[in-house]
Design a protein around this ligand. Structure first.
Ligand code: PLP
Length: 431
């Protein structure tokens, strides 16, 4: 019987196999046919500690029997309060920069970004209502600056600020007035920073950036010094600086948040994915006091008009409380460092294979490009690679010719060996 399910980012016309997973533990997925797969991309970069972590599973079960869901407009509950305080404690901070002090909950990376954009535009709108954003200071602002090759999600607002191309071609024209800043590729850092400086002079509302590494755009890494300079340029011009830590957060780049490596505190920061250890959807958008205060008043016209039914779902927040406890009580960064080391030595060997180029790594993210003639997003290389890895017991989803790893931090040495053997075999086969 054919399934009625319509899958995301899946071309059903290709009739690719759709593995049926019945159970998961750690880095392993157990299939209905009795087979197993190593989940080498943490099920879309979310299951940071591995699947079905016992502490997170227990927290979810306990919360489900106590308080499941509560309207969050004007009501609150312990798990949401605990996560908010915990996140504020752990958020990037630096001397002389306003701290991230307020948290708005949502349920996915895309909605965390939507909220960030709405906060930024709302900030300028409300300053204009107050008469504080004059023509001189820019008036109400609408333009959002973005980095070339960026990906921020698939809801209309988040998609509007992503790289224009195959991901969003069907929905042009999109929403935002967007200015694109060139990616700081090696040797192009200065050009990027100068373009940002010029664009900021035109008084955009905000600059949004994936800190240190662009994910879906191809796992493109750039230096912390560039991120630091980007934030400084925004600050100098009074342009809001938004960090999209949806992929980079929760240790992925080797520190809890990537911004830490540049000593940067954004005005607004979006987090999701690993906030619950990947067990259940939750996201948060953190903001500094000036952003919150611009919306705080006795005037109902200024309140932040955003909500969804499940905002701060209590079960999801309980999972996040457990995740925060794991971060506080266990040496997660040590685990990530050991995994990163294991990846680095194998990646170095793989890079000698003539079929590969551009090995790169940041923390527990590694990527390498397969030198192939049919490398574009629309070529059939990625589906063929997916099938090749599936046959070898691996869940991998290359981006065009870029094969990347984003494994759970519990991946062991044997699993790493199996992964890299399969990557070398892909080089032999497709190179
Ligand atoms: N922002 C970044 C940097 C992402 O990598 C992603 C997803 O991969 C998103 C936003 C969207 O997150 P979600 O898929 O949870 O909506």
């Amino acid at each position: 019987m054919t399934s009625p399910v319509w899958h995301p980012f899946t071309q059903h016309g290709l009739n690719e196999p759709i593995p049926h997973v019945v159970r998961a533990q750690g880095a392993l997925l157990h299939l209905a046919d009795g087979g197993t797969l190593i989940d080498a991309i943490s099920s879309w970069w979310v299951t940071t500690h591995g699947h079905c972590h016992p502490r997170i599973a227990a927290a979810i079960a306990a919360q489900a029997g106590q308080l499941d869901q509560l309207i969050f407009a004007g009501y609150t509950h312990d798990p949401a309060e605990t996560v908010a305080r915990g996140l504020i404690d752990l958020a990037p901070r630096a001397e002389g920069q306003p701290a991230l002090a307020h948290i708005f909950y949502s349920d996915s990376g895309s909605t965390a970004v939507e909220v960030a954009l709405k906060m930024a535009l709302g900030y300028w709108h409300n300053l204009a209502l107050d008469g504080l954003a004059t023509e001189e200071s820019g008036g109400p602002r609408s333009c959002i600056l973005v980095l070339e090759h960026s990906y921020h999600g698939d809801t209309i607002g988040a998609m509007s600020i992503g790289e224009r191309g195959v991901y969003n071609a069907a929905w042009q024209p999109l929403l935002f007035d967007v200015g694109t800043i060139p990616f700081p590729a090696p040797g192009r850092e200065r050009a990027c920073l100068e373009a940002l400086d010029d664009a900021c002079a035109d008084k955009p509302a905000a600059f949004i950036v994936e800190p240190l590494i662009l994910g879906a755009g191809g796992m493109l890494i750039y230096p912390a010094a560039v991120l630091r300079e980007m934030a400084a340029i925004c600050r100098r011009h009074g342009v809001l600086f938004i960090a999209d830590e949806v992929m980079t957060g929760w240790g992925r780049t080797g520190t809890l948040f990537a911004c830490e490596q540049a000593g940067v505190v954004p005005d607004i920061m979006a987090v999701a994915k690993g906030i619950t250890g990947g067990a259940i959807p939750l996201a948060a958008t953190l903001a500094t006091a000036p952003i919150f205060d611009a919306h705080r008043s006795t005037d109902r016209a200024r309140l932040f008009y955003h909500s969804s039914s499940y905002t701060a779902n209590a079960i999801a927040c309980a999972a996040a409380v457990a995740n925060l406890a794991i971060w506080r009580e266990e040496d997660v960064l040590g685990r990530i460092a050991a995994l990163a080391q294991g990846i680095a030595k194998r990646l170095e060997r793989l890079a000698r294979h003539p079929a590969f180029a551009n090995p790169r790594q940041l923390g527990a993210i590694a990527a390498i490009d397969l030198i192939a003639a049919d490398a574009g997003y629309l070529s059939d290389l990625a589906p063929r690679l997916r099938a090749f890895f599936l046959e070898r017991g691996l869940l991998l989803r290359p981006l065009g010719n870029t094969i990347y790893l984003m494994p759970p931090y519990c991946l062991d040495e044997d699993q790493l060996d199996r992964l890299f053997l399969a990557l070398a075999a892909a080089g032999d086969h497709f190179g």
